[in-house]
Every structure is written in structure tokens, then in C-alpha cells.
Design a protein. Structure first.
Length: 366
């Protein structure tokens, strides 16, 4: 499939399903939109955050151009049908997908052309954020079918960025369970995660930037959420389902009959109580409270030891204010709150893709 054909097909964000397409050819790096958002979600991820030295705006822009050029070359080469690194050879195409984003602080510091919706998140009740694992001037997300590919490519990306002048800030790996193609992956609570993702039309309205220079970009909100897996598992099945608002065994909303039925947050029982409880996660996160606005969620689990396991919440949206509204509701009333701790956070403008002879970030200077 040609790169321009892939770009058109990939404009359907769709539900959060896993599994590579039938073809095992490389996933093209060059496209109107970055493949780290448009391609099907892959089972392994690795995130890298970098800072640029604080200097004058002119020198900062020069350094950023250098870093983005180095990242473009490195990622395009690693994703090709014949990557030159011998560690990536012999096993077929890497199936690597990636995205590169710009943090709000860097955009403001260098006067970059980014959407006005790119804003830092406010503090939320209950946040326990580690600044050493949060934020950053640049964010790179790598995704692939296996950890080996990510380990090698992360080394190449880190080396290229450092040589071009970027300073490593933090890294984080994540994974999904084995999930048949076309089905929704589960998180460490055992719940299906990503059921209510937007279809093509909704994604064009709520995920991708407004028509014009930012139409092929989006905003990524990242949250590293520690989960009390044992504590949640100790609840009865009924209490777990009511806390989430969906049945764990099949992902069906308590008000519905099939997984992808739209949750009816206003449905009531004969006694007048809500079928989906007022404190249920699904209810509080419902797009009905936000004029229908939806996020594209591509979350992963992480395991950094017995006392530090949880969710890497990765969501794409046109305006980060949408996440702020949802998180304020969740922080105040969500029945899952006793089992969750938000420990790291970042926001980034995911750049439009690069043309075959182009470089990521060319729109930043216009």
C-alpha cells in the first residue's frame, strides 16, 4: 500500500483494538499523520522524554530543528523494510510505529506555531506527581510487536537525540496482554480498556486538530497511574463492576447488552437509583457531560515491581481542556479513586507526519 493511501485509511481512529494487519510489510513512517496514532495499537510501547538546554529563542529553534531532523532520520530508517542495524535484521519488518510530540513549555519558550489548545494541565486533587518522571520538551512514543525492537530503537533514538543536543529526562515501558485482533485489551484490574473510542467521524471532530495547519496533529495527554491491584481484586465482582460501570467478564456497560453499546448514564432502576451508579468511572467519564467530546485512548499497563504496577494512560484529543474537565469529575467522585494514584504526567502536541522528503515539525516555524 502506498504511503498516501495508508494516510487516507489511517484517518479512521476507530476503537482501541490490537493486532497487526494481515500484511507483514513495514508500516510506513512517512505519512500525513504519524503512525504512532493512526496504526493499530501494538502490544509493546516505550516512551522517552527529552529536554533542550535553555538558551535564546533563536538558538533553541536551531537546536530543535537539529533534534527533529535526527529523530526523523532515525525513526524512518528503523521503520523501513531494511533497517541497517543488524539487531533489527533477520526477523522480518520491525512493524515499528512512532510519534514525536512537543511539550507546552518548549512551545512557549521558543514561540512555536502550535495549537492554542496545547496547555499544561492544572493540579488535580490527589495528584502525587514525580517531576523527574513527568513533562519534558519532547516526547517520543515507540510501539512494536516485541520488546526487542523497542529496546534497540530506543537506544538509537536516545543516541540520535543526545548527539543533536537533547538531554534525556525520563523513560517508561508498557505492555498489553495477548489480545486477538479486533478485541479490546484489558488492564491490570481485569477491565477492558478502550471500548468507547471514537469512530472516524468523531475522531475528525474531537481527536485531530482543526482544519488548516494543525489538522494532522493532535494533543497527547499521558498519565502514569499506580493501581492497587490487590485491593481492587479483594472487592466482590458486583462491587468491581459497579465501580467501573461495566461487567468485567465481557465489558458490557451495566445499562447495555453488548460491549460497544453506548452507556445510558440516565437509565434508572425501579427504585429510582441509576443503573450505572453516580460514582461509576464510566458515568463520570461519559462524553455526554462534555457535549459529546471523545478521546482516542491507547493505554498500556506497566510493571516496575510488586509495589509499582498500573496504567500508562495515553489519550489523544484536540484540546487538553477536555481531559481537565473529565479528570476534575473523576478526582472528586470516582469510585476507583481509592485504588489509583496519579504519579506522573505529561502533555505534548503530536506533530503532523513527515512527507517522504520532509522532516517532522516543519509546520512549527510558519
Amino acid at each position: 500500500m502506498a504511503a498516501d493511501e495508508l494516510a487516507r485509511d489511517d484517518r479512521t481512529a476507530g476503537r482501541a483494538t490490537t493486532g497487526a494487519p494481515a500484511s507483514e510489510a513495514a508500516i510506513p513512517f512517512h505519512s500525513a499523520r504519524q503512525a504512532g496514532v493512526t496504526a493499530p495499537q501494538q502490544p509493546e510501547t516505550y516512551l522517552l522524554s527529552f529536554d533542550l538546554p535553555r538558551t535564546s529563542a533563536a538558538n533553541g529553534q536551531k537546536a530543535l530543528r537539529s533534534v527533529l531532523g535526527a529523530l526523523t532520520r532515525t525513526l524512518a530508517t528503523a521503520a523501513s523494510d531494511a533497517p541497517p542495524d543488524p539487531r533489527l535484521q533477520g526477523g522480518g519488518a520491525t512493524r515499528l510505529t512512532s510519534l514525536v510530540g512537543i511539550g507546552p513549555a518548549l512551545a512557549a519558550r521558543l514561540g512555536l506555531n502550535v495549537p492554542s489548545s496545547l496547555q499544561e494541565l492544572p493540579p488535580f486533587p490527589g495528584d502525587r506527581l514525580d517531576p523527574r518522571r513527568s513533562d519534558g520538551d519532547l516526547l517520543v512514543q515507540l510501539c512494536a510487536a516485541d520488546r526487542w525492537t523497542l529496546t534497540v530503537v530506543a537506544e538509537l533514538v536516545g543516541g540520535a537525540a543526545h548527539t543533536a543536543g537533547a538531554v534525556p529526562r525520563w523513560t517508561q515501558s508498557g505492555f498489553l496482554p495477548h489480545t486477538p485482533p479486533g478485541t479490546t485489551p484489558r488492564n491490570l484490574f481485569g477491565s477492558k480498556d478502550g471500548t468507547a473510542n471514537p469512530d472516524h467521524a468523531a475522531a475528525e471532530q474531537w481527536v485531530w486538530g482543526p482544519p488548516g495547519g494543525h489538522g494532522d496533529g493532535t494533543v497527547l495527554v499521558y498519565r502514569r497511574i499506580r493501581m492497587d491491584v490487590a485491593g481492587f481484586a479483594a472487592l466482590s465482582e458486583s462491587r468491581r463492576d459497579r465501580a467501573i460501570g461495566r461487567r468485567a467478564r465481557d465489558g458490557v456497560a451495566l445499562s447495555g447488552t453488548a460491549e460497544h453499546d453506548e452507556p445510558d448514564i440516565y437509565a434508572k432502576n425501579p427504585d429510582g437509583s441509576y443503573v450505572i451508579p453516580a460514582t461509576a468511572h464510566v458515568r463520570l467519564a461519559s462524553p455526554r457531560f462534555d457535549g459529546g467530546a471523545r478521546m482516542l485512548r491507547r493505554s498500556y499497563s506497566y510493571d516496575d515491581g510488586p509495589a509499582d504496577r498500573g496504567l500508562l494512560f495515553c489519550a489523544f484529543m484536540r484540546d487538553s481542556a477536555q481531559f481537565t474537565r473529565v479528570q476534575n469529575r473523576l478526582a472528586g467522585r470516582d469510585a476507583l479513586t481509592p485504588f489509583l494514584q496519579h504519579r506522573a504526567s505529561a502533555v505534548a502536541y503530536v506533530l503532523p507526519g513527515a512527507a517522504s522528503a520532509g522532516t517532522l515539525g516543519e509546520q512549527l516555524w510558519t
